[in-house]
Design a protein around this ligand. Structure first.
Ligand code: KG4
Ligand code: ZN
Length: 335
């Protein structure tokens, strides 16, 4: 079964063709990141306009890249939540039009579920149940993936998402948006123990995260030094901050795995590209005898191949929509 996936929840317009949830026949991503960079973050109005311009050529290219036409497609899966509402509406309305015109089923797909599905492409043998750490620019969740379309949130962030914390810390150090990627690179040459940063915990909620205090601590560290005219080693700040974030994420994730007696662990979302997060969990899981899976780095960020994958499982579970489908800025992964 061939699914056309469409993604427009933030600043990437993407389309892909995926067979049986696992095989990527084509994947096209048009990113707007350079345009938003000059504003230090995504400007929703600009994002919507660019999606409107890009969606037709991107979908056309996804079909021509694998020598298919719409006739060869069995269903159209589209990200309908969560995300920037104006951005989502472009993809949703385009997919609705395509579905109406072609008579192909329309499959509404949750963005974070799709991030998890990127693992089905990178790890062909992976099947639920497993425990997943979903870490992106907007979310930080520990999710029990009971089945492809049945999930339960065990923990979540109380304030900033992990990616947001990375981006804000990076911005304070003058790195361009989205700074998480560069912060990760610079951290490779620093000492993670150079600066002592807090490890915030949420009382009575052992799997929840809180990153705003950690973010403020690193921002204060930088500002206080600059007021005194001191120059701090940037690589050391990056390494210490990255170590603190990864420590918080992995501590709670591993605790949840232990408490719920799960020995199959998975990571997903933009922050799952983080080198320290990947290596730390790889080592910790090896020591504990757990299975550990992560997406290929090329599939960690927003793309439509993951939408085509999750869309397949949503379709199999009977999740289809008609032309009354709407987009939603927020929606739980549990649905
Ligand atoms: O999943 P994603 O592409 O978009 C959302 O759905 O939010 O995640 C984007 C986030 C950004 O905050 C970006 O800085 C972060 O993922 N990110 C990273 C790395 N690569 C991307 N954060 C830390 N280390 C990385 N290597
Ligand atoms: Zn995303």
């Amino acid at each position: 079964m061939k699914i056309l996936g469409i993604e427009s929840s933030c600043d990437e317009t993407a389309a892909a063709v995926v067979e049986d949830g696992r095989k990527v026949l084509s994947s096209v991503v048009a990113t707007q990141v350079m345009e938003h960079r000059q504003y230090g973050g995504v400007v929703p109005e600009i994002a919507s306009r660019r999606h409107a311009e890009n969606i037709v050529p991107v979908v056309r290219k996804s079909l021509s890249d694998c020598n298919l036409t719409l006739d060869d497609i069995d269903a159209i899966a589209v990200t309908y939540a969560p995300g920037l509402i104006g951005a989502l509406l472009v993809g949703v309305n385009f997919a609705k039009g395509l579905s109406l015109a072609s008579g192909k089923p329309l499959v509404p797909t949750h963005h974070l579920r799709s991030h998890i599905a990127s693992n089905y492409i990178s790890n062909q043998e992976l099947k639920p149940p497993f425990l997943c750490l979903v870490v992106s620019g907007g979310h930080s969740h520990i999710v029990m993936v009971e089945d492809y379309t049945k999930m339960k949130i065990l923990g979540r962030t109380r304030d900033d998402a992990a990616g947001e914390a990375f981006d804000k810390a990076a911005r304070t150090m003058g790195m361009p948006y989205p700074g998480g990627i560069e912060l990760d690179k610079v951290a490779e040459n620093g000492n993670p123990l150079a600066f002592k940063l807090p490890r915030p915990v949420v009382h009575d909620a052992p799997y929840d995260f809180s990153f705003s205090g950690l973010k403020t601590a690193v921002i204060n560290l930088i500002h206080n030094a600059s007021q005194k005219g001191e120059e701090l080693n940037k690589a050391d700040i990056c390494a210490s901050f990255r170590y603190a974030v990864v420590d918080c994420l992995t501590t709670n994730f591993l605790k949840a795995a232990e408490d719920y007696k799960v020995n199959k662990l998975v990571i997903a979302g933009g922050v799952s590209a983080n080198s320290l997060l990947r290596s730390t969990l790889q080592n910790e899981c090896k020591q504990r005898g757990y299975e550990f899976y992560m997406p290929d780095k090329s599939l960690c960020g927003d793309n439509a191949a993951m939408v085509g994958s999750q869309g397949y499982y949503e379709f199999l579970s009977g999740n289809t929509a008609d032309s009354s489908l709407n987009a939603f800025a927020t929606m739980s992964i549990e649905l």
